[in-house]
Design a protein around this ligand. Structure first.
Ligand SMILES: Nc1ncnc2c1ncn2[C@@H]1O[C@H](COP(=O)(O)OP(=O)(O)OP(=O)(O)O)[C@@H](O)[C@H]1O
Length: 840
């Protein structure tokens, strides 16, 4: 049979290409002779060409299969199909002594068989997604011309083109359905695509690799990546594609290696697809019918799969809708790379007509109070706030009110028996469950460059009968615009400030003028501690500090719980009448809705570095921060606000008397995933896209280089990895990409932390803190791969303490019996726990 597939003449005709395809060749492009022989083969010997490019023809000079597969492209034969049919068994070794077909001799440049033992591809173990516990292999939807799995004994092959009717479709895996209507007029069928991919995976790596390498983009291309993710298939590690492939194998051997069925790759349960549905130009969002049982669990059974997908990447959301909206009738096409319809990424929320209540008004007007009242009285609910401290406060409040409530942030999970409520940081918003009531606090942050997408995701994705959004009125038009397509009921409720806020005409001038109840706001941890020292050195006041990343730290061991708890209480200490800590030094994190006993806010400056540049605070930021003074029902019913320096006063006054700038939506038009999967046009995507591209671009670029599968790439891209920090960015990620299991001891020696003695040592400690922080974060998402969460969390807590010890040293401390815990007692107790031999 092979003789009919590849004649000697055909192989000989192909010889002009061997130079270019030879492994180690440094030719940058194929010769025109090669391209014309390719063209000949295309028309007269496609099966043979297929065998050649997939390594089925044994040449004496080993050919580079990557080059071979991309040869049509290199010859600018765009769209030329490479159709590989299962019937085309590998060519047996040409015998130089025997004449080829038509009496020709095999070209002397062609070799005797390559006798190398064939590489036996390892079965690809898909992630153990168990949709609804269903382990049924993927179904083949009716009406699709999806071939059955290649029968045992046949080497399954791939065809990437739909334009060439296969004359033996039953023996061919057709991947054309995965290539989207971007380049073809063929109506898409995701089910067919997923089936094909599953079959390819079951057939073995080489088959998948052929696919990956024969697409119009090399290896990890948008289209391919989307196919994989849309089918809930993890991209196999591409490194396997570079391992030796079965260049030739006698049919019997092929039968025994490639044919055995791999464990079935699990797919989501088949979803009812409205086959008449068309979507492209319609603004109407059809109701989706998603089986109740469609709940995903990750391999570690921890976080739900769908949640992590929507959290980590666009494609997963797109997947959801594309499954729904794919139309086998092909009346209209749905473009999977289209990023302009984010509301379709959340089908669970879309099946509800949500009652959305926008609580808007100035700070301290009771917006959150009213929303939380509803949450408290609901049968199930979720609070999403911008700060861990806020989530923690809400969890405390609900638990105290006998409404069991879990606390879930990127860094901690405190589960309460029987809880039907959750208080989470907005990044952890659950878009997979149904709730009776949900609250998203500080919703105006959907305009935030780095975190806006999480708010938009919560806004569009949370499935709740009642969704309460609390924030600045400046966000209303944008929210209404975003919700136009969701079919929800939207109601706006306006509030007035409950107690007065007075902008002072005099600046603070000097820290000698600090009074009890003051809060100085500054914008870096170093500044916070510097100001704390300056104030405490006057020996009149003690300062609590609050900044975004400090409290609440992860609780670790039971024995440490109380001590760690004391860290959380930094803010509470300030609130506590009986505490000696009567002044607060804080970062702008307090502006995100914290309720503290503050009489006067003092801006140390009105400029801040926002990660990209040093810039003036916006009107909204100034108002949010100033609004912490004189909270309703607090110790100070009238709030005051001023600046350290007189020159900032005019800006402060004008900001407080101006309306916040209305948020504007960057409604994405014509946005698509770019050729490079992760990297795309950032400014356009500001509000919508889960990967806030400006911010995450650098991470994505580095992560993309690592041999990680698609899920992992997303995970790392979304993680708190700091790409400016070598240890954090490379140490952990590379260690994971190599070994898949990262023991903390491999990257860090626990018990070696010391109070830094210099600024360089401080920097190093901050780096370690970042790595530990990242480790803890990853341990919540990849539990099996990062098994030392507890140790990492305790070391991280110690790290925080040591950093603060350094930053706060030289500060005056009034001895007080009421202090919750002294640093030295803390360190001593850690020592006794043998957790750290930290220097005192
Ligand atoms: N009706 C009320 N009864 C008792 N306390 C209230 C009432 N309304 C508001 N408060 C209290 O007033 C303070 C401010 O309320 P809340 O946090 O709801 O304001 P907000 O408008 O959400 O503020 P911000 O926008 O600044 O976050 C809180 O401590 C809250 O508990």
């Amino acid at each position: 049979q092979s003789n009919t597939v590849c004649t000697g003449a055909m192989i000989r005709n192909f010889t002009p290409c061997i130079g270019f395809l030879a492994s180690g060749s440094n030719m940058s492009s194929p010769s025109s002779a090669c391209c014309s022989s390719l063209k000949d083969l295309m028309s007269n010997g496609q099966d043979c060409l297929c065998l050649i490019v997939t390594g089925g023809v044994p040449f004496q000079i080993p050919i580079n299969r990557n080059l071979a597969i991309s040869l049509p492209r290199a010859c600018r034969m765009s769209g030329v199909p490479i159709e590989c049919k299962a019937t085309a068994s590998p060519v047996p070794a040409p015998d130089p002594e025997s004449p080829g077909e038509g009496g020709s001799n095999i070209s002397p440049r062609l070799s005797p068989p390559n006798r190398r033992a064939p590489f036996i591809p390892q079965p690809f173990t898909p992630p153990s997604f168990t949709p609804g516990g269903d382990t049924t292999p993927p179904s083949t939807p009716q009406g699709d011309l999806v071939p059955t799995l290649t029968p045992p004994g046949m080497r399954p092959t791939l065809t990437s083109s739909a334009s060439q009717p296969s004359h033996n479709a039953l023996q061919t895996i057709t991947v054309a359905h995965c290539l989207y209507p971007i380049s073809t007029e063929t109506p898409i069928s995701l089910d067919s695509c997923c089936n094909a991919l599953n079959q390819a995976l079951q057939a073995g790596y080489y088959c998948v690799c052929s696919f990956l390498e024969s697409s119009s983009h090399p290896l990890f291309s948008t289209e391919i990546a989307l196919s994989f993710s849309n089918c809930y298939i993890s991209m196999p590690p591409l490194t396997h594609c570079h391992e030796p492939q079965p260049l030739v194998a006698p049919p019997a051997a092929v039968a025994s290696q490639a044919a055995p069925l791999r464990p079935p790759v699990l797919m989501p349960p088949d979803m009812p697809i409205d086959r008449n549905l068309t979507l492209s130009s319609s603004s109407h969002v059809p109701k989706l019918k998603i089986p109740e049982s469609w709940a995903y669990t990750t391999s570690n059974g921890n976080a739900d799969f769908y949640h992590s997908k929507s959290n980590f990447g666009t494609s997963y959301g797109i997947c959801q809708c594309s499954r729904k909206f794919s139309s086998s009738t092909g009346a209209k096409k749905f473009d999977f790379t289209d990023l302009t319809r984010p509301h379709t990424w959340y089908p669970i929320a879309r099946r509800k007509k949500r009652n959305i209540i926008l609580h808007v008004g100035p700070t301290n007007s009771g917006k959150t109070y009213h929303a939380l009242k509803r949450l408290e009285s609901s049968s199930s609910g979720i609070y999403c706030g911008p700060l861990r401290l806020l989530a923690w406060e809400v969890a405390q409040r609900l638990n105290k009110a006998k409404v069991p409530c879990d606390l879930i942030t990127g860094q901690e999970r405190e589960e309460v028996d029987g809880a039907k409520h959750k208080a989470v940081t907005v990044e952890m918003a659950d878009v997979t469950s149904d709730y009776n009531c949900a609250v998203v606090d500080e919703i105006q942050m959907l305009g935030c460059r780095t975190r806006g997408f999480s708010f938009t995701r919560a806004l569009l994705g949370i499935s709740a009968d009642e969704l309460h959004l609390c924030g600045d009125a400046a966000a209303v038009p944008l929210i209404q615009e975003i919700l136009k397509v969701t079919d929800d009921n939207v109601k706006v409720q306006h509030y007035e400030r409950l107690s007065p806020l007075v902008p002072l005409k005099v600046p603070l001038g000097s820290f000698s003028n600090i009074q009890t109840g003051d809060c100085i706001v500054t914008f870096s941890r170093h500044e916070i501690y510097k100001i704390k020292r300056l104030i405490e050195n006057k020996r009149t006041h003690l300062c609590s500090v609050v900044y975004g990343s400090l409290p609440p730290e992860t609780r670790t061991r039971q024995q440490l719980a109380e001590l760690i708890h004391s860290l959380r209480l930094q803010a509470t200490m300030f609130n506590d009448d009986k505490s000696d800590f009567d002044v607060l030094v804080a970062s702008d994190a307090i502006g995100m809705g914290l309720n503290l006993n503050i009489s006067r806010i003092i801006f140390s400056t009105l400029r801040k570095f926002d990660g990209l540049e040093k810039r003036q605070l916006t009107v909204s930021e100034i108002k949010q921060i100033a609004g912490r003074a004189g909270r309703y029902k607090s110790k100070f019913p009238v709030g005051e606000v001023t600046c350290l320096s007189a020159e900032d006063l005019p800006l402060l006054h004008s900001a407080l008397s101006s309306p916040s700038t209305t948020l504007e939506g960057h409604f994405v038009e014509n946005a698509k995933l770019s050729e490079n999967y992760f990297i795309t046009d950032c400014e356009e995507m500001m509000f919508y896209l889960p990967i806030s591209y400006c911010y995450k671009q650098k991470i994505a670029a580095v992560i993309d280089e690592l041999p990680l599968n698609l899920n992992d790439k997303y995970l790392f891209t979304m993680s708190p990895v700091d790409m400016n920090d070598d240890i954090s960015s490379q140490g952990l990620t590379q260690s994971y990409s190599k070994n898949r299991v990262v023991r903390l001891k491999e990257i860090f020696t626990p018990g070696t932390l010391k109070i830094p003695k210099s600024h360089n040592a401080l920097k190093e400690l901050e780096s370690i803190h970042k790595v530990l922080d990242l480790y803890v974060w990853l341990s919540f998402h990849l539990e099996d791969s990062f098994p030392d969460r507890e140790l990492a969390a305790s070391q991280k807590a110690i790290c925080s303490m040591l950093i603060e010890e350094f930053l706060g040293r030289d500060g005056w401390r009034r001895p007080s019996p009421r202090r919750l815990v002294s640093r030295s007692a803390f360190l001593k107790s850690l020592k006794s726990e043998n957790l750290s031999p930290c220097a005192p």
